[in-house]
Design a protein around this ligand. Structure first.
Ligand code: DUC
Ligand code: ZN
Ligand code: ZN
Length: 466
C-alpha cells in the first residue's frame, strides 16, 4: 500500500521544502516535486499545510505506581491521546519497583504493560533506584541487548541517589553507551522548607510551589553538571527544566563544551504559579512546580535561542477528583503530575511557531529531531528522509481550535489547558504509514505500537541537533 502526500510544505530540523512525499509499506520512499500516484495509492492533499516528522515525546509516565496512587492513563489511553495530538513515538520513564530490584525487573514489567496496548511506537528509559555492583554490571546488557540506552535517576523522592552513587552511575552509563537523565531537586531543601510550612499550617497548593523554589532545582542541576564533568564528562540530560537560573548553569556548561542537554515542558512555558491561587489549584500540583511569569519568559528565550533542546510533557495523570480526595487541603498528600501528551504539539505550534517565537524547523527539532538524536531513535525516526519510518503529522496553520477536555482522549477528568486557543490545527497523524488520528479523532488500533530498540547514545549524532 502506498500513500502520497501532495502539495504540502515539508519541514525538518534543517529547513522547509515544497515537495511531495511518497510512502510505501510504512517507510518514506520518495521526496520530490510533482510525484504522480501509481498503482494502489491513497493521495492526501496537504495544500497550505506543514508536513512534519511525527512528534516524539520522551517523557511520559503511563500506568505509573507512585506509591500513594497509580496514574490513570495506561499504555493504551496514553498513546491514544498522544496519537490524537500528533505524537507517534513515546519514551516512557519506568516507575520504581520493589526495593533492591534489578533493572530487568522493571523492564519486564513495562513490556507487559505496553505490549498489545500501545497505539503508537514506544520505548522505555531505565530507572536507577539503587547502585551496587550487580546494577552496574546489568547496565551493558540493558543498552546492547534490550535497546534501553537512557536511564533516569532521582535526587529526591523515595529512591534518591546520593552523590557517590550518582558518580558511579554516570561513569558506568557513559562506558556502556547510555545517556543519564536526572530529576534534579535538592531533597534536603524540600524537606526543610516543607516542614516549616506544614508546622505553620501552610498546606494550600501555593505552598507546594513555595516548598520547592527555583534554587532548589537549580542547585541540583549545577551539582549534576559538576558531577558529570568529574565522571569523565559523562553525557547528561536534565528533564523538565522549569526555571531560568538552572538554564544559565546549563548555558555555562555548554560554553565549556560539556555534553549536557535539557528538556522543558509545555506547562513550564504556558502556565504560571498563579494557577495555585485558583480554587482548583490542586489540579496543577507537580514537581518541579509552576513558576513565576519571569521564569516562563526566560524559558521561552531558551526555546528560541537553542539552549533548550527538547519539549516533552511529563504526562502523569491523576484525576482532579482523586487529587481533591487524597489531598483534602494538604499539598503534601496530593499525587504529583499533569496531563498534556495530547496537547504538546498543538500548544508549541501555536505559541511557538504561529506567534513568531520559533521557526517551523526549530519546532521539529524540539519536538522530534532532537529527541530522536539524543535517545537512539535516529535515523529511523525524527526526520522525513528516505528510509525513515513514515511517522508524519500534517498541520494546517489557517485553522484553529480551543482545548476542551471533553474532546481529549486521555483518562483524566480535566485539562490544565482548558479553554486555551490554538492557532494551527492538526489534521492527520501517521505512524509507520498508518493513519492513527484524523481531525482530532482516534483512527488507530490498540496494540499497533511497536517497541523500538533504541541505539546506544552517540555523541556524533547528538552534536548535530537543531
Ligand atoms: N514529577 C515528576 O518528577 N514525575 C512525575 C510527575 C511530577 O510531578
Ligand atoms: Zn521528574
Ligand atoms: Zn517525570
Amino acid at each position: 500500500m502506498k500513500q502520497l502526500i501532495k502539495n504540502g510544505i515539508l519541514v525538518d530540523s534543517e529547513g522547509q521544502y515544497y515537495q511531495d512525499l511518497l510512502i510505501e509499506n510504512g517507510i518514506i520512499c520518495q521526496r520530490g516535486n510533482d510525484i504522480e500516484p501509481e498503482g494502489r495509492c491513497e493521495v492526501i492533499d496537504a495544500t497550505g499545510c506543514y508536513v512534519m516528522p511525527g512528534g516524539i515525546d520522551v517523557h511520559t509516565h503511563f500506568n505509573i505506581d507512585v506509591g500513594i496512587a497509580r496514574s490513570c492513563d495506561d499504555f493504551f489511553s496514553g498513546t491514544r491521546a498522544a496519537a490524537c495530538g500528533g505524537t507517534t513515538t513515546i519514551v516512557d520513564h519506568m516507575g520504581f519497583g520493589p526495593a533492591g530490584c534489578s533493572l530487568h525487573h522493571q523492564l519486564n514489567l513495562y513490556h507487559r504493560y505496553a505490549a498489545g496496548n500501545a497505539a503508537i511506537d514506544y520505548g522505555f528509559h531505565g530507572v536507577i533506584q539503587h547502585i551496587d555492583d550487580d546494577i552496574l554490571a546489568e547496565m551493558a546488557g540493558m543498552v546492547h541487548d534490550e535497546g534501553i540506552s537512557s536511564f533516569k535517576l532521582y535526587l529526591t523522592y523515595h529512591y534518591k541517589i546520593n552523590d557517590a552513587d550518582v558518580l558511579r552511575a554516570l561513569w558506568q552509563l557513559r562506558q556502556v553507551g547510555a545517556l543519564t537523565t536526572v530529576h534534579p531537586e535538592n531533597d534536603a531543601a524540600i524537606a526543610f522548607r516543607r516542614a516549616a510550612l506544614v508546622a505553620a499550617g501552610k498546606t494550600a497548593p501555593i505552598h507546594h510551589a513555595l516548598s520547592r523554589p527555583i534554587e532548589c532545582e537549580a542547585e541540583a542541576i549545577g551539582r549534576m553538571i559538576n558531577l558529570a564533568r568529574m565522571a569523565d564528562n559523562a553525557p547528561l540530560y536534565i528533564v523538565h527544566l522549569s526555571n531560568g537560573l538552572g538554564l544559565d548553569y546549563l548555558r555555562l556548561a555548554r560554553q565549556q563544551r560539556q555534553p549536557v542537554w535539557v528538556e522543558t515542558c509545555p506547562h513550564y512555558l504556558l502556565l504560571n504559579e498563579q494557577c495555585y491561587l485558583r480554587d482548583d489549584g490542586a489540579k496543577y500540583i507537580l514537581s518541579p512546580p509552576l513558576r513565576s511569569q519571569q521564569e516562563l519568559d526566560r524559558l521561552w528565550v531558551g526555546v528560541a535561542d537553542g539552549s533548550i533542546d527538547t519539549v516533552a510533557t511529563d504526562h502523569c495523570t491523576f484525576p482532579y477528583q482523586q487529587r481533591q480526595a487524597m489531598a483534602a487541603g494538604d499539598f503534601t498528600r496530593c499525587p504529583n503530575g499533569l496531563p498534556g501528551v495530547e496537547n504538546r504539539m498543538a500548544l508549541l505550534f501555536s505559541h511557538g511557531v504561529m506567534s513568531g517565537r520559533i521557526s517551523p524547523s526549530r519546532f521539529v527539532a524540539l519536538t522530534s529531531g532532537n529527541p530522536a538524536r539524543l535517545f537512539g531513535l535516529w535515523p529511523r525516526k525524527g526526520n522525513l528522509n528516505l528510509g525513515a519510518d513514515a511517522d508524519v503529522v500534517i498541520f494546517d496553520p489557517r485553522q484553529s481550535s480551543v482545548i476542551r477536555h471533553s474532546q481529549l482522549h486521555d483518562n483524566a477528568d480535566y485539562s490544565p489547558y482548558e479553554g486555551f486557543h490554538c492557532q494551527g490545527r492538526l489534521i492527520m497523524t501517521l505512524c509507520r504509514g498508518e493513519v492513527v488520528s484524523r481531525n482530532g479523532e482516534f483512527t488507530g488500533q490498540q496494540g499497533f505500537g511497536q517497541f523500538i530498540r533504541r541505539r546506544p547514545f552517540n555523541d556524533q549524532i547528538a552534536a548535530k541537533m537543531g
